[in-house]
Ligand binder design. Structure first.
Ligand code: ADP
Ligand code: MG
Length: 903
């Protein structure tokens, strides 16, 4: 697109803006002719801004980022750590200790508070920073003219005055005043809520025009659905229209995933439950005539012990780590919530080209009314010779080269643009048809971009006195649009019998797995006439696009994981079936094509389950398909790349956009972006999603069973009138050690081996179902029983009170440490499983060991925690009683597996 000429725009496109003359303030950019806007911004559209000017403006306006609020400041996070009921509770405990004259204890409680806060702060800061870093990987780029050159820059580098070039599929990177527009339509739904696309032109509008009607402006956050534009940036970052409302949006959505919200709710419920339990215990203790201060303190410490304060932090850590692992495997998660939904996916709706295939196309066969050229048989060089000899082949390829939006510098270059169009340019070059040379004699005057609805594209060129129209598209579309055909170098009428013959020929290409394209042309007297009317069919082009080698394995993985894979393509059913066959997809299933798609959608679940391929699907049908599967109770992941795919991507539970060939619009609508466009990456991400969910479940079960065991031990002692087997500070210390290291290690796990060999979890399944609660209670009572057994043994050996407390404390502490091995899946092996295979677990174990053995032998800590150095007898009791739950529970798990396999 060439920049507009310098002089003021023609009168017809620049009506006098209303605001002029009435006010001394210069009119808003939408109310002024663009030349005035350019002048205000001191930029010429021909060369763009100069380097030194950019530096200054960047300094003045800042980066082009809409978020006013920094992504959570460190201070806020720190404050967040201490602004919680748990901290208030602990503070109360410290005050109480001070009141009772126990200075040391008060300090110890405050120290625990500080350590807990510091760990929470560091973890959350890291997790949030790493998520923010991931987000930055996914930022858009913009084509900008600076210093006379067009470059691709990160959108956040834009400054007011930058000259930006946009085309269909691009997201608008800032607020922009249009200078030139070609056939421009924009989706502003994000900004205005209006779902119909809007036509835009450079003509100014009255000053008071509403945002939604400012047709000479492009606003950040909207997207081009059609055509192209040249414009000048008038506002960036927080000064854009969307920037103004961004703060509102952010405040409404704090960016927590449903999972994090569920965990937060769980924590709140536990706080309430704990208060009740602690209250009851305090009451019982006081009624039993115990030392009031000690009981009150025990009740408070209990409350603190029972609340898994690390839970939300560890969850964020697990999610953030999962996101990183996915990113390393080329799956960029755009929404945190996608991480958990992924694992529940039951059906993947995938497109064909580029996802299942390599998207490295080559022209293989050319078909004309009276002959064929097969390039596969002859190898490149003889084929080249024959192509140039064959005038039909030359004229067919000329159409394909003219009606083309890609770029290719030489036969051996990779080129840019749609790989199919690149392949056409390459074949054209071999036949001596160079696009630039052709365009020099056939100036391009109009482009009808490829429309997935009509499945055709056309370009109009000057040619002699008239215009040459070059069209290409899906065979059935072009064949039905054409009325004549080239036969024996002459044009003949295309009757229905001939049409059927051509379609049969296209079908044959499809059987060989070739993607088929029909080309047509005509001469016109006017460039504005309908380019698809009355075309002359010239020939068919068959392109080969080999299936990706890694797809069959990934599809087999999906089958084993209970995930259905359904191909949804705009291409022909025969081509689709041939590719499906090559990758092991849709075996034993039918294909629905064209009108049949509607019927299947209407017929509902039973019909859907029969179909493995949907072919010749329109974008509207894609959306309807997603809804139909969801109505049938499926969790749908769906891939898409085009502007038209956005509604379906948004509707899907997991919208998957393509990073390489996808448009900004598709990316914006998607929950996940595949950086390599490859189907196997979706499967890897699903696996990762399942692993993360499993990890979160594991550490939640672990934390709650440990904490519950502490509550039960103290409760039992109070109920039976025994001396307290756990002192408040011991509980705090225990939680500092076991809540942190093993729980973190569990969150880092890589998952079980068979994680993809099981059906997906039920979407409604919560983190803690009846099964998990049952296990928590079972685990906690076993740990409690072991601790009480140690208490009894201590009594048996007539140990002193301090020695007895040392024994019960160490027993529960070590029992909790060993307990992490009970977190293995019942299906996994006793020795080889996801816990023993996780190095973090062993590191955590070593740390816990040191931190638990240390206190009795280290005088200051020993005094504080009220423990004494254990002798041989005591260590024997501790080891025997702490290992007992592990042995018993593992034996139970083996038994359960044996029963399940027997059944
Ligand atoms: P897929 O699901 O394989 O990506 P598409 O919806 O992209 O299928 O394309 C469907 C059909 O439309 C193709 O088989 C081809 O005949 C035609 N087609 C695709 N892209 C273009 C284009 N740029 N110009 C003309 N025709 C095209
Ligand atoms: Mg496509």
């Amino acid at each position: 697109m060439e920049p507009a000429p310098g002089p003021r725009g023609s009168a017809k496109s620049d009506p006098e803006p209303v605001a002029r003359g009435r006010s001394v303030v210069p009119p808003a950019p939408h109310a002024a002719p663009f030349v005035d806007v350019l002048q205000d911004l001191q930029v010429s559209p021909g060369s763009g801004l100069a380097e030194e000017e950019i530096m200054e403006r960047r300094h003045h306006h800042g980066a082009n980022i809409a978020h006013m609020r920094p992504p959570a400041s460190a201070w806020r996070l720190l404050w967040h750590q201490f602004n919680s009921p748990i901290v208030y509770l602990l503070g109360a405990a410290a005050a109480l200790a001070l009141y009772a004259g126990q200075m040391e204890e008060a300090i110890a409680v405050l120290a625990v508070l500080a350590i807990n806060g510091a760990i929470g702060f560091a973890t959350e800061l890291r997790a949030i920073r790493s998520i923010a870093a991931l987000r930055r990987l996914g930022t858009h780029s913009a084509r900008v003219k600076r210093d006379g050159l067009v470059r691709l820059l990160p959108a956040q580098d834009l400054v007011p005055g930058d000259i930006v070039i946009l085309e269909a599929g691009d997201a608008v990177p800032a607020d922009i005043r249009i200078i030139e527009a070609a056939n421009l339509r924009v989706d502003e739904s994000l900004l205005t809520g209006e779902s119909i696309t809007v036509e835009k032109t450079p003509a100014p509008v009255p000053g008071e025009t509403r945002l939604g009607d400012r047709t000479c402006m492009l606003h950040k956050g909207t997207a081009l659905t059609q055509g192209g534009a040249l414009g000048v940036v008038v506002a960036t970052g927080a000064r854009t229209e969307i920037g103004r409302i961004a703060r509102l949006i952010e405040e409404a959505d704090p960016g927590h995933s449903p999972l994090e919200r569920k965990l937060a709710r769980l924590s709140r419920q536990l706080v309430v439950a704990t208060f009740v339990i602690a209250g009851v215990i305090a009451l019982l203790g006081v009624l039993g005539g115990r030392d009031t201060v000690l009981i009150l303190e025990a009740a408070i410490a209990l409350a603190v012990a029972a609340i898994p304060e690390g839970l939300p932090i560890v969850a964020t850590l697990a999610l953030a780590r999962g996101m990183w692992r996915m990113a390393r495997q080329n799956a960029l998660v755009e929404r945190l919530s996608a991480v958990e939904t992924l694992g529940a996916t039951t059906v993947i709706l995938t497109d064909k080209t580029g996802t299942l295939t390599e998207n490295r196309m080559t022209v293989r066969r050319l078909h004309f009314a009276d002959g064929e050229v097969d390039l596969a048989e002859q190898g490149p060089d003889p084929a080249l010779a024959r192509l140039i000899e064959d005038p039909q082949a030359v004229s067919l390829l000329r159409i394909a080269v003219l009606c083309n939006g890609a770029d290719l510098a030489g036969v051996d270059e990779t080129g840019s643009g749609d790989p199919m169009e690149v392949a056409l340019l390459r074949a054209g070059l071999l036949a001596g048809q160079e696009r630039d040379r052709l365009l020099a004699t056939h100036r391009l005057v109009r482009t009808e971009p490829f429309d997935p609805r009509s499945r055709m594209m056309a370009t109009v060129h000057e040619s002699g006195d008239g215009f040459l129209v070059a069209a290409k598209g899906a065979p059935e579309a072009i064949v039905s649009a054409a009325s004549r055909v080239v036969l024996d170098h002459r044009e003949t009428d295309l009757d229905d019998a001939l049409r059927a013959e051509w379609l049969a020929q296209a079908e044959t290409f499809g059987h060989h797995g070739l993607r088929v394209l029909a080309c047509a042309m005509k001469m016109e007297t006017r460039s504005t006439n309908d380019p698809f009317d009355d075309l002359v069919l010239v020939g068919l082009i068959g392109l080969e696009d080999p299936a990706r080698a890694d797809v069959p394995g990934a599809i087999a993985d999906c089958l084993a994981a209970g995930i259905r894979v359904v191909m949804v393509t705009g291409d022909h059913a025969t081509t689709a079936r041939s590719i499906a066959h090559a990758v092991g997809l849709a075996q034993g299933l039918e294909a629905a094509e064209g009108d049949a798609v509607e019927t299947v959608i209407e017929d509902g679940p039973a019909a859907l389950s029969r179909i493995g391929i949907f072919a010749r699907v329109s974008p509207e049908e894609k959306l309807a398909l997603v809804k139909a599967y969801q109505a049938a109770g499926e969790i749908v992941a769906m891939t898409g790349d085009g502007v038209n795919d956005a509604p379906a991507l948004r509707q899907a539970d997991i919208g998957v956009a393509m990073g390489l060939r996808g448009t900004d619009v598709a990316r914006e609508a998607a929950a996940m972006v595949l950086l390599d466009d490859a189907f196997p990456t979706i499967v890897k991400a699903i696996r990762e999603g399942r692993v993360i969910f499993g990890n979160i479940r594991r550490f939640v079960v672990y934390l709650l069973s440990c904490n519950l065991s502490e509550v039960l031990v103290v409760a039992a002692a109070v109920l039976f009138g025994l001396p307290l087997p756990l002192l408040p500070l011991q509980i705090l210390y225990l939680n500092l050690v076991t809540d942190i290291f093993p729980a973190f290690a569990l969150a880092m796990g890589e998952g079980e081996h068979g994680v993809l060999r099981r059906p997906p979890r039920k979407p409604a399944e919560s983190i803690l179902g009846a099964d998990q609660w049952g296990r928590i209670v079972l685990f906690a009572t076993t740990l409690t029983a072991a601790t009480l057994a140690a208490v009894v043994a201590a009594h048996w050996y007539a140990l002193s009170e301090t020695q007895a407390v040392t024994v019960s404390f160490l027993t529960l502490a070590f029992a909790q440490v060993w307990h992490v091995f009970n977190m293995r899946s019942v299906r996994a092996g006793l020795f080889v499983n996801e816990i023993t295979g996780n190095v973090w677990i062993w590191i955590a174990l070593a740390l816990c060991g040191v931190l638990l053995v240390l206190p009795p032998y280290f005088a200051p800590l020993a005094g504080l925690l009220g423990v004494a150095p254990p002798d041989r007898t005591m260590w024997t009791i501790v080891l025997a009683c702490s290992l007992a739950p592990l042995v018993i529970l593992q034996a139970g798990m083996l038994l359960r597996r044996a029963l399940v396999t027997a059944a």
